[in-house]
Design a protein around this ligand. Structure first.
Ligand SMILES: [Zn+2]
Length: 163
């Protein structure tokens, strides 16, 4: 199942669409290991027929499973496009953006996929304050390094006093 609008249903009135699009149908091409999308996309849309195009307004919501790039912890990220507005020219307009019409139907899925991917977090972080693994390790290393350095120098100071 895809997110399909039947133009016949739009002849006299606006069409309201609501539901869930399974992750398999949304088929996001994810090359990033830090983000997984296994849950369905939730949509609530109103579709309006204009002269040679469709106007779609509403919202999209998708829960992503992310891995924090700093601390590697798994966390859930809710991607929300609200409002989501799409102006969709229809065939046979001489427009690169025009979508094909098949059996009076238009498939919104490719455009939804495109816009969802554009809004993906670039570097998912579990929390803006996340210090991450690296920082914690570096901090510890600095502390121990400091101790090791201060020990001999303290002894050196004592030796100086004795002399
Ligand atoms: Zn984190």
């Amino acid at each position: 199942m895809s997110l399909i609008v039947n133009l016949r249903q739009l002849e006299n009135r606006n069409l309201e669409l609501g539901g869930d699009l399974p992750a398999l149908d949304l088929a996001l091409d994810l090359r990033d290991d830090m983000i997984r999308a296994t849950q369905p996309l939730h949509y609530e849309l109103e579709v309006e027929m204009l002269d040679d195009s469709l106007l779609i307004q509403g919202r999209l919501r998708l829960k992503l499973e992310c891995q924090c790039v700093r601390c590697l912890k798994d966390f859930e990220y809710e991607l929300e496009l609200d409002p989501w507005v799409l102006h969709l020219p229809l065939e046979p307009l001489e427009d690169e953006e025009a979508v094909p019409i098949k059996n009076d139907c238009v498939d919104l899925t490719p455009r939804v996929r495109e816009d969802i991917l554009l809004r993906f977090p670039q570097h998912p972080v579990c929390n803006p304050e996340c210090g991450g693994l690296k920082k914690a390790k570096v901090g510890k290393a600095l502390k121990t390094a400091g101790k090791e350095e201060s020990k001999p120098s303290a002894w050196a100071e004592l030796n100086k006093l004795k002399l």
